[in-house]
Design a protein around this ligand. Structure first.
Ligand code: ZN
Length: 173
């Protein structure tokens, strides 16, 4: 089932989220939700989707990136779920163009840590530690921001804000 993706201005995107217990994660309801979020993210298409973006204040997000783009420091990341994540940022920062399914049609340059460490629970409720860098680290920071009620526009270089169409036309400068 395709879920409706909430657009910027809806208070749910700013509300913050509630953690999930291990038994809740394993429940039929949450497993069904994960499947619907996966279908919704692939249809959009996107590389990440956080529960507030489909209107739910839950500390859960999904990630999958099929692209292989060395010039963007981007490698394929298999589908996975992060629940109740905590984020540790590396020291080095990088700036790249970023978009969001909840700000459809726009992009901007956002400075983020080049590498991160994330501790979370998996789709099965098991503890996982993720060490990521490059584009994957950016996706993790973007999705965990959603769980804390933040959007990339809170962090963007405002003068680089552009439509995707103009970004392609003018090179996102
Ligand atoms: Zn987003």
């Amino acid at each position: 089932m395709l879920l409706k993706i909430v657009q910027v201005g809806d208070p749910i995107l700013r509300a913050g989220t509630q953690p999930l217990g291990r038994d809740e994660i394993r429940s039929a309801e949450i497993q069904q939700l994960i499947e619907w979020m996966r279908e919704t993210m692939r249809d959009a298409p996107g590389v990440g989707l956080a529960a507030p973006q489909i209107g739910l204040p839950l500390r859960l997000a999904i990630i999958e990136d099929k692209a292989d783009a060395p010039e963007l420091d981007r490698k394929p990341v298999p589908f996975h779920v992060i629940v109740n994540p905590t984020l540790t940022l590396g020291g080095e920062m990088v700036e790249q163009m970023e978009g969001c399914l909840s700000l459809d049609g726009f992009q901007a340059k956002v400075r983020r840590a080049k590498a991160v460490k994330v501790e979370a629970l998996s789709h099965a409720g098991d503890p996982v530690t993720i060490e990521a860098d490059g584009w994957y680290a950016r996706i993790l920071q973007h999705e965990i921001d959603h769980l804390d009620g933040h959007l990339y526009i809170d962090r963007m270089d405002t003068r680089t804000f552009t439509t995707v169409r103009n970004s392609l036309r003018f090179g996102g400068q």
